[in-house]
Design a binder for this molecule. Structure first.
Ligand code: GLN
Length: 509
């Protein structure tokens, strides 16, 4: 168990002693390896968000517009299943790293699979399109949890820079997420680029595929960077030592793969029977209680991990409505202009990342300044939930004002600011806390569990957004208010549980 109070001997995924020269020399006095992971993940997220920005549009555009010509419902189902699977497969990816190839190699293989997936989408056929989606989901499952555990492995237990390190890493994520849609969007939809294609004798209707290819080029840059600078990471993410008889847990691997598929199936059932969600919640509460009241420290920590899981799931269920509820609100009810200049409503999708880029350094500084006096991670989580609840409460007056026509851009700007403060309190802190709470041999799996919360949250966000209706401002206000109240209630419960969770965490902050 890698705990703050009981430093363990460095293991395969174990920490670097702070006297190690590799422990500094990177961005902001952080380990050198952080800079490498920062840029690798920046390019991976560039590819993910760059492609995601085109995905819905490409599916609903007619063949005459270069798209697939799907109806909105089918496109939304494919979109929801894809975004959920990308995060859900982290469990499998984490398991493979922990038990077979180690995090370092998992990131390399995952990145290559992702790039192949994007390049597959550069071809114009449904077969290569779907093959691309499957490859990206599988590759991201391998890369995303394991690159995150490697960030954690750069710090010794109890190293106060860990949370700040994750805040910096998170900034890399958002740098990629911010730039990507601007570039891929231009390639896919920009009239200027289509003219260039036409004048070069190429089909301008293929512009979408240039956007997809650009995502692949981004991932390739990330991979090149990762390979060139591999020495900085030589001490982390090594493969696990094989069992005494040399065997590997193939049976359990098959079980995890099967379980992931079943879970995807169960989540798809939510579309038909939303009650499935309550069953899922009950299951989670049951699991928390089951582990919390067992005597051993590992079980108690697992219970704490599951509380964080639950909170994160609720958080993402609101937050991930950016692409649905908020994008509709932006499109239909917001005056999308600054200083008299109009911009496309889809540009709102970059605003969260802009706020993260502005706020992440402040949070990193804050955690360093506060050092051991900073709030405990369960308290940060509760505050994260509070802010996301506030963000929807803020939309209640905005919704009422739509009775008089479109509202100013200030509302959404404020919504994203408040949500991003919540995100900074929960998301990078969650990544960091998982690496602290997980037993070394399970760190990849636990990170996979963390991303599972995002997977379920994404799906729930879709279910909640299904009730969005723009016809009646009063109804719209209620839509936001009910969700704010629901999450507000969860915040109070979590606040009340903070001392208990801290006890479960047994010395880890
Ligand atoms: N925006 C962050 C990322 O892309 C967090 C995503 C998530 O965990 N839901 O990594």
């Amino acid at each position: 168990m890698s705990s703050a109070s009981a430093p363990s001997a460095p293991s395969d995924l174990g920490p670097v002693p702070t006297t190690d020269p590799r422990a500094t020399g990177g961005i902001g006095g952080h380990p050198r390896g952080l800079t490498t992971l920062f840029f690798t993940e920046m390019w991976e997220r560039f590819s993910y968000y760059g492609m995601r920005a085109l995905l819905m549009l490409f599916m609903v555009r007619t063949a005459a517009e270069g798209g697939l010509g799907y109806d909105t419902r089918s496109a939304a189902t494919i979109y929801g299943t894809y975004t959920m699977s990308v995060y859900l497969l982290s469990i499998l990816g984490g398991f493979i790293a922990d038990n077979f190839i180690g995090a370092r190699r998992a990131v390399l293989v995952g990145g290559a699979v992702i790039a192949t997936g994007h390049f597959s989408m550069a071809f114009d056929s449904p077969a290569t399109f779907f093959a691309g989606l499957v490859l990206i989901a599988l590759g991201t499952g391998l890369l995303k949890p394991n690159i995150s555990t490697m960030v954690g492995s750069l710090y010794a237990p109890g190293d106060e820079r860990r949370d700040a390190g994750f805040s910096i890493f998170y900034m890399g994520i958002n740098l990629g997420a911010f730039i990507a849609p601007l570039i891929t969007g231009y390639l896919a939809q920009g009239p200027g680029w289509q003219r260039i294609l036409a004048s070069a004798g190429l089909d301008p209707l293929h512009s979408w595929h240039w956007g997809f290819a650009a995502a692949g080029v981004g991932m390739t840059f990330g991979l090149i960077m990762y390979v060139i600078q591999r020495d900085r990471l030589a001490h982390v993410g090594r493969p696990p030592a094989p069992a005494a008889d040399g065997s590997r847990p193939w049976g359990r691997l098959a079980l995890v793969a099967l379980g992931s598929l079943l879970l995807i199936g169960a989540m798809l059932a939510c579309d038909r029977w939303p009650e499935v969600v309550y069953g899922l919640f009950a299951l989670q509460v049951g699991a928390i209680l089951h582990f919390a009241f067992r005597a051993d420290a590992d079980s108690k920590r697992l219970a704490a991990i599951l509380v964080f899981f639950f909170a994160a799931e609720i958080f993402w269920a609101i937050f991930e409505q950016t692409g649905s509820t908020i994008s509709l609100f932006a499109d239909r009810f917001t005056r999308n202009e600054v200083f008299g200049w109009s911009f496309p409503s889809s540009w709102w999708q970059s605003v969260n990342s802009v706020w993260v880029i502005l706020l992440a350094p402040l949070f990193a500084l804050l955690w360093i300044r506060l050092g051991p006096r900073q709030p405990s991670s369960p308290l940060k989580f509760a505050l994260g939930l509070l802010f996301v609840a506030l963000s929807f409460a803020l939309m209640v007056p905005a919704a009422r004002l739509t009775a008089a026509g479109r509202v100013g851009p200030g509302w959404l700007l404020a919504l994203f600011l408040v949500q991003t403060v919540g995100e900074m309190l929960l998301s990078p802190v969650g990544l960091s806390t998982m690496t602290k709470l997980a037993p070394d041999r399970l760190v990849g799996l636990v990170m996979g569990i963390w991303f599972l919360a995002a997977a379920l949250g994404n799906k729930l966000a879709g279910v909640l957004a299904g009730d969005f209706s723009g016809e009646d401002p009063g109804q719209l206000a209620t839509f936001f208010w009910h969700q704010a109240l629901g999450v507000g209630a969860c915040t109070l419960v979590l606040l009340a549980l903070v001392p208990w969770i801290r006890r479960l965490m047994g010395g880890v902050r």
